[in-house]
Design a protein around this ligand. Structure first.
Ligand code: PMP
Length: 315
């Protein structure tokens, strides 16, 4: 789908996966004008396909586009294009329980621009790829490393937006953590280096008794769709869910920590290393994390009834 200065996107078309052509002076290549989304199509046991809250991705892209001074497809155009892409790739959606079709909507400043400014033309592309389950056998807990040298986002920046410009800067921190044997990085706020933000591609929750706290979205963390869904499921199940500035010290005596995101869904954290301390957390079948994960996975894969209206059946 293409859009020029009038801000209206024309109807798109399906084409086989392949390279795209861009001018060397395309806004996206020079000034990083691009935002993306990530969602999944699942196959139910009866073979039918479903999508999880694609409207939320559309809304998040719209908000992100405003921040990045880009025109954006309407919610209906976005959702319809995601449905068309999933249907066209139906044969690639793994069988029920074996994975999903990862769908990546991408909005780029495709027009040429030499001096710093918004691109004169935009392109909305969606591509898709089958992916296996994040956890291949059983659920392996994540081991996180609290990063104090690098930050992911700063107040007033684009941390709250799914902008491509947020991801290249985390590669160094992620590779440092991986080389030390950790699964991911847990970022702190850039001002006081005292409050939790999020991991490289997922949000974080801290459990103490029946209270579940998660960093408030104040423009520096991405407002995850899984995060929002898990918060609602947790309150439905009688947990007290608190969005606040979560001090890193709360990790020291938490019962559990878990992460949420389209890729990991809901993933337990087994250990967190902060300065010279390594703290272990409860994981396993009896954990709060596992309970919330089962409910969410049930809805996403069509195994349990969706009384929230989160699932869109597409065939
Ligand atoms: N934070 C970041 C930085 C992410 O890239 C993602 C993945 N989209 C998330 C959190 C989780 O968001 P969601 O639940 O919408 O996938």
């Amino acid at each position: 789908m293409k859009c020029s200065k009038d801000g209206e996107f024309t109807k798109g078309e399906l084409s086989p996966y392949g390279n795209i052509q861009l001018s060397p002076s395309a806004g996206v290549l020079n000034y990083g004008q691009a935002i993306y989304e990530g969602t999944k199509a699942y196959r139910k046991e009866n073979g039918k396909l479903l999508l999880f809250r694609p409207d939320q991705n559309a809304i998040r892209m719209k908000l992100g586009a405003e921040r990045m001074l880009m025109p954006c497809p309407s919610v209906d155009q976005f959702v319809d294009a995601v449905k068309q892409t999933a249907l066209a790739n139906k044969r690639w959606v793994p069988p029920s329980g074996k994975g999903s079709l990862y769908i990546r909507p991408l909005l780029i400043g495709s027009g040429p621009i030499l001096g710093l400014g918004p691109a004169p033309e935009y392109t909305f592309i969606i591509y898709a790829s089958p992916v296996g389950n994040y956890f291949k056998e059983g659920i392996a807990a994540l081991n996180l490393y609290v990063e104090e040298e690098y930050v992911r986002a700063a107040p007033g920046g684009a941390g709250g937006v799914k902008s491509i410009t947020n991801y290249a800067p985390v590669l160094k921190a992620l590779s440092k953590a991986k080389s030390l044997g950790f699964s991911d990085v847990l970022y702190l706020d850039s001002v006081k280096k005292k409050y939790l933000e999020e991991a490289s591609s997922c949000n974080v929750f801290v459990v103490k008794g029946r209270t579940i706290s998660t960093p408030a979205t104040n423009g520096t963390i991405l407002e995850g769709i899984t995060r929002k869904s898990v918060m609602e499921i947790a309150s439905d199940h009688g947990y007290k869910v608190v969005e606040k500035a979560v001090p890193v010290d709360e990790l020291m005596d938490a019962d559990e920590v878990f992460c949420t995101g389209t890729a990991v869904v809901v993933a337990p954290v087994g250990t967190i290393t902060y300065q010279d301390k390594r703290v272990e957390y409860k994981t396993g079948d009896e954990s709060v994390c596992q309970k919330l994960r089962s409910v969410l996975v049930g809805i996403q894969t069509g195994m349990t009834e969706d009384n929230k209206g989160w699932v869109t059946h597409i065939n």
